[in-house]
Design a protein around this ligand. Sequence first.
Ligand code: ACM
Length: 766
Amino acid sequence: MKKIFLILFLSFSLHSIAQPVAIIPKPVKMELKEGSFTIDRNTSLEFDSKLSNLRNTVSFFSNFVNDVSGIRLHQHWKNGKKIYLKIRKEKVIGDEGYLLSVTPQSIVITANDPKGIFYGIQTLIQTLPKERTNAALQIPSMEITDYPRFQWRGMHLDVSRHFFTPNTIRMYIDLLSAYKFNTFHWHLSDDQGWRLEIKKYPKLTSVGAWRADRRGILWSQSQPTQPGEPTTYGGFYTQEQAREIVRYAAERNITIVPEFDVPGHSAAAITAYPFLSCSGKQQTMITGGIYPKDYESTLDVGKDSVYTFLENVLTEVMKIFPSKYIHIGGDEVDKSPWAKDSACQRLMRKENLKDLDELQSYFIRRMEKFLNAHGKKLIGWDEILEGGVAPEATVMSWRGESGGIAAAKQHHYVVMTPGEPLYFDHYQAGPEGEPLAFGGMNTLKMVYDYNPVPKELSPDEAKYILGAQANLWAEMIQSETHVEYMILPRMLALAETDWTPLPEKNYDDFYNRVQQKFREFDQEGLTYCEGNFNVTFVPGSRNGKLNVTLQSEIPGAQIYYTTDGSYPGAGSILYNGSVNIDSSMKIRAVVVQNGIVKSKVPSQQSFVVDKVSGLNVNYQFPPSTQYMANGINSLTDGIRGTLAVNKYWHGFAGNDMIATIELPETETIHEVSAGFLQRYSDWIFLPQWMKVEVSDDGQNFHEAGKVKNDISPEEMQLLIKDFKIDFSSVPCRYIRVTAKNLGVCPPGHPGEGKPAWLFADEIVVY
Ligand code: ACM
């Protein structure tokens, strides 16, 4: 017996495990040194016994070490080497920062606060394997000074559209904590489910947490629960479970900010308690994206009983969540029921509120007063700015950055969470071969390159940006592995954006560290997206000739392409510099990494080459800066538009498109066409007519042809139409194309009388 033990012990002490150091987020200052510290059976983990608040952190690390190596760290010095945790005043590093010193003799973590010690421990853990090794552990010698750039480093999870178990929530919190996030925004209510037990209103969960099971049906086609149909799909957290999760999060430096989304997005609460809506009508739970006509999802903010309900709910909520912030939603409110509701109208008269935005603002202010009176702060989506923002409110900017910019300029605190690039329900690759996502494309690099401080803000205003947060809406997500896939590795990019000083950020270096994290995810059994292996085509021109640059966000990878329509592979043309587009062609390209084709399908782009390709376009009215496509010469870049509005199209708000192109020399032309888009729901209409004029001198033009639109502005189908004019050949040097904007949105349109958009993609001349 004794002999066997000795052999095991010897083999144990001979092997030790070290792995490449890849710390995310990258520390402010880090210097790797010669040698390493070995954690073995004699190592102790010590701290000043007066600092009992370090006990959790100590158990956290001891348990981790024990899990991966079987080693139990001693709490008091035996005869081995020491890991020592010290609280001491250190000015630079603030509340959450730490100093870490690893030498072959000792590890010392110093911080002002236990939060900093915890982050030092998380950094140590990032140097260790994530699976059981049964070996001593090596930590390379290093000196680190580290502290965060932002105080709000957040991740959100929607548990309403699909319910996730407490185990999944703990997994989510573990990941946040490992990458030094400090805020978990828990979206606990929405139209499709109310997820927290409220003792005073038991139906919120007995009714509002359950719906008909429509798994297997597309969200957009998911019909409401039918009367009498069993409501078997859903779930909720008991208050005890929520308290336990709050405790679990706090032990990992995570504050949970609960969100109860009101006064819109409240269909689940209204289904449980119909008195909350304007109509008071009984309804069944919706199960997805189909909302029947007259369905109620907005609270009746004119009734005192609604405020009493919310105050009672929040009173219970505040007892569970110690967070300073409570999120009250405020987004996408359908205010139309308020216009017909007598209680709302009475309140508006009494409070002198001039429109429905001001009524919403009244509601938010009243909620804020209640929260402030209980020592809490209100945070809401950027719609809370409409009608006047509540005095102390913090704004979460999701519809781009404009809400955040406006709020910071008014000296309100802001959390940046713009849909692009911080909505993690959007694609991160593909979309071919990817799980169905909500839309859009937010790649790892886009998240990494995001700077939460917009350039529009002065240094003083920039102080109001608390940080950035990514949101994971769950319409398309039903499983824990799918949650992991959508956040990994994008949350690592956000972690670095939120923590690391801007000058220290470097995408290529980050990408290499992510590759090491992939190995750790494999060890931990986490699901993740390997990368965006698309090729991006960036058109350009030189001396009036078209070319295209091919780009990949995979550092060190090669791009191979074809121009003859054949399927590209590692034997195709190796890209090295821009490709000249001298005739119409389709380029198909793949990304090759370490000799392996990584793209699931080739990326492809067609180019149309004609007499004006690559030439400059002069506009009488410039296109809107919101819709610049590939830049000012997009109409001659050889790329035709698709039905998506945010690429390829130049948009003109209310103005005509009057575009003049100068040919390099006099040429004979006989056909001019241009493409236009109609998207009724987005206020985009085909032109009333298009006209072509030609000139020899750029001064005197004469009309070569005109064509009228034959499609009604009321046509709601998305469509692209080429307006084409043929004429007998004319020699000319200048071509002027005028497309007449519809002017204003037509009668009956939601934007009736407001400026109409005109969208053009390309001018083609033969
Ligand atoms: C939101 O995405 N409606 C905040």
